[in-house]
Ligand binder design. Structure first.
Ligand code: FES
Length: 65
C-alpha cells in the first residue's frame, strides 16, 4: 500500500468501521466546516454505528486536531 497516493489511501482507510466511513469522507466534511466532533458525526454519520462511536471517536478527534 506504500506506493499509493495519500488521497487513495484516505479513500481506502475506513475510520468508522461500523458505518464504513472513509478518512477521505471525514476530511472532506472537515474542510466543509465540520469543526467539532458533533458536527463531524452529524455530517457523515460516523459514530452512529453499533459500537456507538467507541472505536471511531478517538480517530475523529485526531482528524479534527
Ligand atoms: S466505528 Fe464508528 S460507530 Fe462504530
Amino acid at each position: 500500500m506504500d506506493d499509493l497516493s495519500p488521497e487513495l489511501k484516505d479513500k481506502l482507510t475506513k475510520v468508522c468501521l461500523c458505518k464504513g466511513i472513509s478518512r477521505a469522507t471525514l476530511k472532506k466534511a472537515i474542510s466543509h466546516g465540520a469543526d467539532t466532533l458533533e458536527k463531524l458525526q452529524q455530517a457523515t454519520g460516523a459514530g452512529s454505528g453499533s459500537c456507538q462511536g467507541r472505536r471511531c471517536t478517538p480517530k475523529l478527534l485526531e482528524l479534527l486536531e
